[in-house]
Structures are given as C-alpha cells and as structure tokens.
Design a protein around this ligand. Structure first.
Ligand SMILES: CCCCCCCCCCCCCCCC(=O)SCCNC(=O)CCNC(=O)[C@H](O)C(C)(C)COP(=O)(O)OP(=O)(O)OC[C@H]1O[C@@H](n2cnc3c(N)ncnc32)[C@H](O)[C@@H]1OP(=O)(O)O
Length: 172
C-alpha cells in the first residue's frame, strides 16, 4: 500500500472530491484551424479542477501550477465535452487534481466517447487573506486511487528535483 496519510476523522475519501463539468463546444471556442482552442480546454480543465479542490478542501483553493496537460485528440464544434476531476493526492496545504476530458462527437453519437485531454494540476488551499491553509488528507479508496496517489508523488518528486537542478544550474 502507498504511504499516504492514515484514515482519520479529518480525511475525506477520493470520491468526495469528484466533479464533472460538461458543455457543448461552439464556434466561439475555435482556433485558426477550426478545432477547439487548447486555451479553451485549459480554462475548462482549471475550472473543474478548482471545483474538485474547493470541494475536497472545504474552501477556496487557487491554481499553483499545472504539472502536465496532454491534448490527445482534437475537439470540434458541436462536441459534447465532459471534464472529470478528482483530488489524487494531498500535502500540507497543496493538492494534486487529476482531470480527464472526454468528447462525445456530435456527428457520431453511436460511437464511444473519445479521451481528448488529460491534466494534472496543483492547487493550494488559501484563507481569506490568500495565505496557504492546511487541507484535510485525501483517502484513496480503490487500487486505481492508490495508483493515482503514488503517481502524484512521482510527479511531485520530479517537479521538486527539476526546480533544485535549475536553481543549482543558475547558481553556477
Ligand atoms: C462544494 C464545492 C463545490 C465547488 C464550488 C466552488 C467552485 C469553485 C470553482 C473555482 C474554479 C476556478 C478555479 C480557478 C482557480 C484560479 O484561477 S486561481 C488564480 C490563479 N492562481 C493564483 O493566482 C495563485 C497565485 N499564487 C499564490 O497565491 C501563491 O503562490 C500560492 C499558490 C498560494 C502559494 O503560496 P506560497 O506562499 O508560495 O506557498 P508556500 O508556503 O511556499 O507553499 C505552500 C504550498 O504550495 C505548494 N506550492 C507552492 N508553489 C508551488 C508550485 N509552483 N507548484 C506546486 N506546488 C507549489 C508548496 O509545495 C506547498 O505545499 P504543501 O507542502 O503545503 O502541501
């Protein structure tokens, strides 16, 4: 089992944080090439991740960083797009939120929905003054949740190692 905060009264299961946002993409969402702009999807991803972080932490949470966002298939005008988010990992004041974006093609409703994007973001719970505040631990419930928790730790370790390496490089 992954070494995550043990079950305690203050913890919340992963499923508690789950949020889905859905919308139909329109002509105002397109880029020069006629497909949906990546920035539109990034805003959508940030919104659903923010809602999951707010729900888990029981208050305001701000986006601190985006570790990764992958656009795996283009999205088109008319597609019905669903963004599913959950808190994968918690630190002291920060949370990793994973987001999966799925599209139902408007012109092939019989086909299986397509995974169009995947993202991992770090949110920090903040108080009314904007200062970081402690967040309750997330409690993985399933093997899949455990896997995501462990992978979030790997992403965090890489992020911190990269920062240290760049700082050392700059220090000469
Ligand atoms: C019931 C509910 C339904 C829902 C209903 C509500 C719906 C609601 C929907 C909202 C949907 C919109 C969601 C949009 C959300 C925005 O758009 S927020 C706007 C964009 N973001 C910002 O403006 C953030 C600006 N940055 C900051 O304010 C500060 O840098 C931060 C993020 C608060 C961090 O402050 P700091 O003093 O540098 O913090 P520091 O003490 O060094 O570190 C605190 C923690 O942050 C982590 N951290 C700091 N920097 C980073 C970094 N670059 N990368 C990763 N982690 C970092 C640290 O590792 C540390 O983690 P822990 O070890 O405590 O776990």
């Amino acid at each position: 089992m992954t070494d995550h905060p043990s079950t305690g009264p203050a913890g919340k299961p992963t499923s508690y944080s789950r949020v889905t946002l859905s919308r139909i993409m329109t002509a105002v969402d397109v880029n020069l090439y006629g497909t949906v702009h990546g920035g539109v999807l990034m805003k959508f991803v940030d919104d659903v991740a923010g809602a999951a972080a707010a729900r888990h932490s029981g208050g305001t949470a701000v986006t601190a960083s985006i570790d990764e966002i992958v656009f795996s298939e283009p999205v088109r005008v008319g597609d019905l797009v669903h963004a599913h988010a959950q808190v994968n990992w918690t630190g002291h004041t920060s949370m990793e939120v994973g987001v999966r974006v799925i599209a139902e093609r408007w012109d092939s409703a019989e086909d299986e929905p397509v995974r169009v994007a995947t993202a991992y973001l770090v949110f920090v719970g903040v108080d009314v003054g904007g200062a970081p505040r402690p967040v309750r631990p997330v409690l993985p419930e399933t093997l899949e949740d455990e896997r995501r928790y462990r992978e979030a730790e790997i992403r965090r370790a890489h992020r911190l190692a990269r920062r240290r390496a760049i700082q050392a490089h700059r220090a000469g």
